[in-house]
Write a protein that binds this ligand. Structure first.
Ligand code: 7LS
Length: 818
């Protein structure tokens, strides 16, 4: 086989697709009865579509081997892909034929697609960003491969029991996964534990060996990542852990049988479950094992490929490789690359360090101190003794650089050390990442600026040239074409469909904002999408959302800094206005909250419980529910967002300024024509810049005001001086929403009244209510609102991940289209 073979041969015509679907259903799966077999129909259809990716996948790979371009490897502990079927159908442009083929079986595409489970291999924004990036890389025809972990259990399933979050395991692979190909031949061996042994080679040179290790196998599973209509299929390689053969041999020894099986389980544990935290909960050894497992397997994979094709000469390696680290989670890659080069290929330290620092690039995603990773030296030393040696050596040389730049500045050396000294010394992963990388980027303009002026100031002073910004984006294929086909078609009918791959063209839809008949069509699409969202709410919450009400939505992980609580206080305030007889001042509104709380984050879980209780009171009060509804939608995930964002009028992006690195939900809502109510934070700022203040409800303290205000913050005085907030607090404090469980919301009440409340909920409440009132009034003016809606979509051109990835490719990676 070679790349000169003709292009894809499997036809997309309806006849061929129909016959393939029959073949897979009857022969691959052995099914003959279409009734009650939708699950099998899903698999048969997935295989039919997958067939059409296979040749393109091979050709993409072979062209790459031939052309030898510089390649990028995106290392991430999370890839939150969601569903794959529709994405593949869209990108292959085979929807019409698929619909016809399914009609043959009496099936509808929508029904089949909705059977697919989400690949929930991520917590939230960071994981979904990785998935959007993979889509853009394939669409832009860039030689980028993703490396991640094939968790047996993805993000937990959330349900509500008496209004509280209950977590259930997400065994997403039970019915098989047609989107992965196991590649046993590329299995790697990963070392753990053991010790370092120093030896002399024949030339008298000292070298290290990592011995007496307990090894684990890493088996790759490849997922195809199709580009949009361009015959490109890139690869996402996910690693699964397996026990080595030694365990099986041990099993022959009767006496140790149970022990051997236990050991085997220990090995396989590594990729068993995605940790459902998006901050902190540090110190878990299994998490560190996951991180090293990913870093080591991926680097071994890339390097063995290089050695196979180029021998052991690494002089050109850095010209052909770049590793992008998705936050600090895969940062052990820095030390692992050094280990492989120095220990296994006997390069000099300086040569290896030159290669490492020319190939590694690090993206930071958060300023929250509790999210900055640290690992105890003790744990690293026990689990990865050889890596700890290397980290110490990196730090020693780095400290010399710092001492040379700032002679005598001992305090600075202490501040910048990769090893944090103290009772329990720690490895600071972000510092290791910065020292080992040629590029460090934040994910929105404000965030990148705060990195260089705050968190990483010392490093910025040392290496200003490393720092840069890459504002996040989302893929317009999934987040407009796929999730909102009606709007997509309306846009294409007006301005053509070049926006799908050239998203800056979306600006042209702005010219139609002044066209009354176009506005009416836009409105109708929004109403249809609101109907679909209302149906979801009915199915999952048994609450009726009236599509004539404003749909006000906040969906994201539950976090104090994201201030779902402030949203709730506003809802309670509206409720209060209605029950005290001011209902005429409250414009009809349906409020939807959704998101998962980390299982150990008690206050986040309590916010869910409060939402449920407030919803119960509001929705069961006839007078109130004539103008106000509230739901907590359980199990928020990628496929839910695909229904939610097209049907949203008002997008809530209300984090405490300076805390949300970027946000990406904000971009999805904007693309789909929602207006934002938001703080001056993360990418909101750039959204506001793009669309203009007249089409965005800005409120709240700015980041630079907060530091100053913090010292003066006095929530209890704010509350007593604000009648509305006072009444809201009274309702909370008198137990109006916890009649049967008095006192359960005390922790929430205390957090709002806390003078040191880091999230400034009370401080921003008044400005928030004013912005909400403005939004509600504006919504009454249907024509103006629709105009703004169109202008939001039109101004979203900057927030395509194609734009983001083009910047990474040009400024950081130095790669070109294949
Ligand atoms: C994590 C863990 C952790 C985001 O989504 C941190 C952790 C942990 O600290 C600790 C123990 C076990 C598992 N998993 C998963 C993710 C994160 N950190 C972050 C940081 C930022 N997760 N973000 C979000 O990233 C988006 C994309 O850039 C931004 O738009 C968003 O503003 C940011 O919050």
């Amino acid at each position: 086989m070679n790349a000169d073979l003709p292009g894809p041969v499997l036809s997309n015509d309806a006849e061929q697709v129909t016959s393939d679907l029959h073949r897979h259903f009857n022969y691959t799966l052995g099914r003959f009865n279409t009734d009650e077999q939708q699950g099998y129909m899903l698999t048969a259809l997935s295989l039919t579509v997958r067939d059409r990716l296979m040749e393109r996948w091979r050709l993409t790979r072979e062209a790459e081997i031939q052309d030898k371009p510089k390649r990028v490897f995106y290392l991430s502990l999370e890839f939150l892909l969601g569903r794959s079927l529709h994405n593949a159908i869209l990108n292959l442009d085979v929807e019409e034929s698929v619909r016809q083929a399914l009609a043959d079986f009496g099936c509808r595409l929508e029904d089949i697609e909705s059977e697919e489970r989400d690949a929930g291999l991520g917590n939230g924004g960071l994981g979904r960003l990785a998935a959007c990036f993979m889509d853009s890389c394939a669409t832009l025809n860039l030689p980028v491969r993703g490396y991640g972990i094939r968790y047996e259990y993805g993000m937990f399933h959330q349900s509500l029991c008496e209004g509280r979050q209950v977590e259930q395991p997400d065994h997403w692979l039970v019915e098989g996964n047609p989107w992965e190909i196991e590649r046993l031949g590329r299995t790697r061996r990963i070392k753990f534990y053991g010790r370092t042994e120093f030896l002399h080679n024949a030339k008298g040179k000292i070298f290290a060996r990592w011995v007496d290790t307990q090894d684990v196998l890493a088996i790759p599973y490849d997922m195809p990542i199709p580009g949009y209509n361009n015959d490109v299929v890139n690869t996402l390689r996910l690693w699964k852990a397996a026990a080595t053969d030694e365990f099986n041999l041990q099993e022959f020894n009767e006496g140790d049988y149970s022990d051997a099986v236990a050991q085997k389980n220990l090995a396989e544990q590594i990729t068993m479950v995605l940790y459902p935290n998006d901050t902190s909960e540090s110190g878990k050894e299994l998490r560190l094992r996951q991180q090293y497992f990913l870093a080591s397997a991926s680097l071994q994979d890339v390097i063995s490929d290089w050695v196979k094709r180029n021998g052991e000469d690494f002089s050109e390696f850095a010209n052909y490789h770049c590793f992008q680290l998705n936050d600090t989670h895969p940062t052990l890659a820095v030390a692992e690359l050094m280990r492989i080069l120095v220990d296994e290929y006997i390069l000099d330290w300086d040569e290896a360090w030159e290669i490492t620092t020319k190939t590694m690039a690090y993206t930071n995603h958060t300023l929250l101190p509790e999210a900055l990773e640290k690992w105890s030296v003790r744990l690293v030393g026990e689990l990865l003794p050889r890596l700890l040696d290397i980290i110490y050596e990196i730090n020693a040389r780095f400290m010399a650089v710092v001492a040379h730049r700032w002679p005598g500045d001992v305090d600075r050396q202490r501040r910048m050390s990769i090893i944090e000294e103290g009772h329990e010394p720690n490895v600071r992963m972000a510092y290791l990442a910065i020292a080992g990388s040629f590029s460090v980027n934040g994910v929105a303009a404000l965030h990148s600026q705060l990195l260089t002026s705050g968190l990483f100031k010392d490093f910025y002073e040392l290496w200003p040239e490393k720092f840069n910004n890459k504002t996040n984006g989302v893929t317009p294929r999934r987040w407009l074409s796929h999730c909102n086909p009606r709007l997509g078609n309306l846009v294409s009918d007006a301005i053509g469909d070049s926006w799908v791959t050239n998203f800056s063209d979306i600006k042209n839809i702005g010219e139609y904002a002044g066209d009354a008949s176009f506005r009416e069509k836009w409105f109708e699409v929004k109403q249809d999408n609101k109907k679909a969202l209302a149906q979801l709410v009915k199915d999952k919450c048994n609450v009726d959302f009236d599509t004539s009400f404003m749909f006000d939505v906040q969906v994201k992980r539950i976090h104090e800094y994201k201030r779902q609580l402030m949203n709730l206080l506003h809802v309670i305030h509206l409720y209060d206005r209605i029950i005290r007889g001011e209902e005429d001042s409250v414009h009809p509104r349906c409020v939807l909250l959704g998101g998962k709380a980390a299982p150990g984050y008690a206050l986040a879980k309590l916010i869910i419980k409060l939402t449920s209780n407030v919803a119960q009171v509001i929705n069961s009060d006839k007078k109130v529910s004539e103008r106000l509804k509230l739901v907590f939608l359980p199990n928020y995930r990628v496929s839910a967002m695909e229904v939610i964002c097209p049907g949203t009028d008002l997008s809530e992006q209300i984090s405490t300024a300076g805390k949300e690195a970027s946000g990406t939900g904000n971009m999805k809502f904007m693309m789909n024509g929602a207006l934002t109510i938001g703080t001056y934070d993360g990418a909101n700022i750039e959204i506001l810049d793009a669309v203009g203040e007249d089409h965005f409800f800005l409120f709240g303290l700015k980041e630079e005001e907060i530091a100053d205000y913090r010292a003066r913050n006095d929530p209890s005085t704010i509350i007593s001086n604000d009648t509305d907030l006072n009444r809201v607090m009274n309702l909370l404090e008198c137990g109006h929403f916890s009649l049967f469980e008095p006192g359960i919301f005390d922790p929430i009440i205390h957090s709002i009244r806390n003078a040191y409340d880091p999230w400034m909920v009370a401080a921003d409440f008044r400005a928030y209510v004013q912005a909400q009132n403005k939004a509600a009034d504006y919504y009454q003016n249907k024509q103006e609102w629709i105009k703004s809606s169109i202008l939001n979509t039109a101004a979203s051109g900057h927030f395509s991940s194609d734009r983001t990835i083009s910047e990474y490719a040009k400024d950081i990676w130095g790669i070109k289209k294949r």
